[in-house]
Write a protein that binds this ligand. Structure first.
Ligand SMILES: [Zn+2]
Length: 312
């Protein structure tokens, strides 16, 4: 029996504080801090057993996410949210499953934005549950909150939301998504990928502009107003080992197909890929500021489409 996820009262108190202090004069998008933290607490609970692809804990997380996705107002693409995919090579744990929905835009539907976040993590190792609160319950809960906001105040373009599986095994869910896309790839104007967005320590990275220079002025406009330091980078080919994050998360699948991406994420921290990546270590104020920034960026990017092609 899974234990019932509980939200520690200390976390709740911190949420309320975060909600109050984020409105420091400037107009920031509203986000539900308590809901964000509550969703991370569910996904990063021991009962989810670290959400490794193909496991019972992963399936349990997916059942929660299908309900949460339905609540956002996103409609399933292709009959159901669940989009199973076969593994490309020897994998005994069965198929992976992406969850895919869409929120219609107000206007032109010839181009769509695809918002991705992986919900799998690395599971249980030597009896220790790797809860993956920042990696990547934070990106998943952010995607859900953004979905709820966009559903009531839509973008110009349709937003496809994809909670992808098996990122930790090499962006397999994202690669399956682009291999059998719900809309033709040439209609995908942009991928926005969220992977580790809560533990900012005041600094959030946006990658992708080195590959698509037209993104730079848009992201710089966002950075000027953001409630967190938003820095562009970690996307230069030929950078020292580990400094270029282009290959390191689901956006790589879109990049490989020539689709521009913006990756939002934080620097590695001491709990990265350790059993201590727990919800208690997420600072609600930092997390809320990151989600507000991503929501601002999403709206700016939506307004900026179509992007000028990269110079050759
Ligand atoms: Zn991750």
């Amino acid at each position: 029996m899974p234990r019932t996820p509980l939200l520690p009262t200390a976390v709740l108190a911190a949420c309320l504080h975060a909600a109050a202090s984020s409105a420091s004069g400037q107009q920031l998008p509203a986000v539900d801090a308590a809901r964000l933290i509550a969703d991370v607490a569910v996904l990063a609970h021991d009962s989810m057993e670290g959400r490794a692809a193909g496991t019972e804990g992963n399936r349990r997380a997916r059942a929660f996410l299908a309900r949460a996705l339905a609540e956002t107002g996103a409609r399933p693409l292709g009959g159901a949210y669940d989009q199973p995919f076969e593994q490309p090579f020897d994998w005994e744990r069965g198929s992976g499953v992406n969850l895919v929905g869409a929120i219609s835009g107000r206007g032109d539907d010839s181009e769509v934005i695809v918002l991705t976040a992986h919900y799998d993590h690395v599971g249980v190792r030597e009896g220790q549950v790797f809860n993956g609160a920042d990696d990547n319950a934070s990106g998943v809960a952010a995607l859900l909150e953004i979905g709820r906001r966009i559903a009531v105040d839509p973008l110009e373009h349709t937003l496809i939301v994809a909670l992808v599986d098996a990122e930790e095994l090499g962006a397999r869910g994202a690669r399956a998504f682009v291999a059998e896309p719900p809309v033709p790839l040439e209609h995908m104007a942009l991928n926005i990928n969220l992977d580790m967005v809560s533990r900012t320590d005041g600094l959030l990275w946006a990658g992708g502009a080195s590959h698509t220079p037209a993104l730079r002025p848009v992201l710089e406009r966002v950075a000027a107003r953001a409630p967190v330091t938003l820095r562009l980078g970690h996307d230069r080919p030929g950078a020292p080992e580990g400094d270029d994050w282009t290959q390191l998360s689901d956006h790589v699948a879109f990049h490989e197909r020539g689709i521009p991406f913006v990756y939002f994420g934080v620097e590695d921290h001491p709990d990265y890929h350790r059993p201590t990546d727990d919800v208690e270590r997420v600072d609600p104020g930092e997390y809320v500021a990151a989600v507000q920034t991503i929501l601002m960026a999403l709206r700016e990017l939506d307004a900026a489409l179509p992007l000028a092609p990269a110079p050759r």
